[in-house]
Design a binder for this molecule. Structure first.
Ligand code: FES
Ligand code: FES
Length: 233
């Protein structure tokens, strides 16, 4: 006796695979969860004095307040102890100029300047920098409608293509120029008796070696750094 009903292969596939509609619904929900912390991002200046209420964390895990001065503005961020400085800047302070490339200290896209020193913000915890000053790419220019000398030189020298590495390159190069003018030597310094050291292309490449550019704009980045370090204030 023949079976009364034989499911077609198509029917089985439809039952096992998520529909396009369900996939889109899931993706939208995931995007909403990812964006949630930004809804609580604290803005600098008058809208976010150090004593203002803190943004809520994205989870119910214990948090602690961390006071930071970011680009000259006071912030009070309530973060989990495990929150990296990079995530604190991007997800809590809403400063998304600093980029996350590898999240493991290999690319330099997350470089910011903390207490005058450039660091990979993905490799350090926000709570370790309580009370310190942080400069991100948003804070390099002297005014909202102006560019820093280095930003101007990056444009003139065509020192970027996709731009993803550029915030880290700019922060790193800004600190590099300060280090050079302070007379700091590097592993490539031929004669440490020179103060400041002679700023050769090799010297710049060594000092910028922590910042990777997948687009390969290195010659133009070196040119931009050199013109600012040697000819501009
Ligand atoms: S994101 Fe920090 S070094 Fe790559
Ligand atoms: S400009 Fe594209 S990664 Fe550097």
């Amino acid at each position: 006796m023949p079976p009364t009903h034989t499911p077609s292969p198509d029917h089985d596939d439809a039952a096992q695979k998520p529909s396009r509609r369900r996939f889109l619904q899931s993706a939208a929900a995931a995007a909403a969860v990812t964006a949630a912390p930004l809804a609580h991002a604290q803005q600098p200046g008058a809208s976010a004095p150090a004593s203002s209420s803190a943004p809520m964390p994205p989870s119910s895990a214990p948090t602690m307040p961390v006071h930071l001065t970011i680009n000259g503005h006071p912030y009070e961020l309530h973060v989990e102890a495990r929150t990296t400085l990079l995530d604190a800047l991007r997800e809590y302070a809403g400063l998304t100029g600093t980029k996350k490339g590898c999240d493991r200290g290999q690319c330099g896209a997350c470089t910011v300047i903390v207490a005058g020193r450039r660091i990979n913000s993905c490799l350090t915890l926000a709570v370790m920098h309580a009370g310190e000053t942080v400069t991100t790419v948003e804070g390099l220019a002297p005014a909202a409608d102006a560019l820093s000398p280095l930003q101007q030189a990056f444009i003139e020298q065509d020192a970027f293509q996709c731009g993803y590495c550029t915030p880290g390159q700019l922060c790193s190069a800004t600190a590099l120029i300060d280090e050079y003018r302070n007379g700091d030597a590097s592993a490539a310094t031929a004669d440490v008796r020179y103060r400041p050291p002679q700023l050769s292309d090799d010297e710049i490449r060594e000092r910028m070696s922590g910042n990777i550019c997948r687009c390969g704009a290195y010659p133009n980045i070196v040119a931009a750094v050199k013109v600012v370090a040697l000819t501009r204030g």
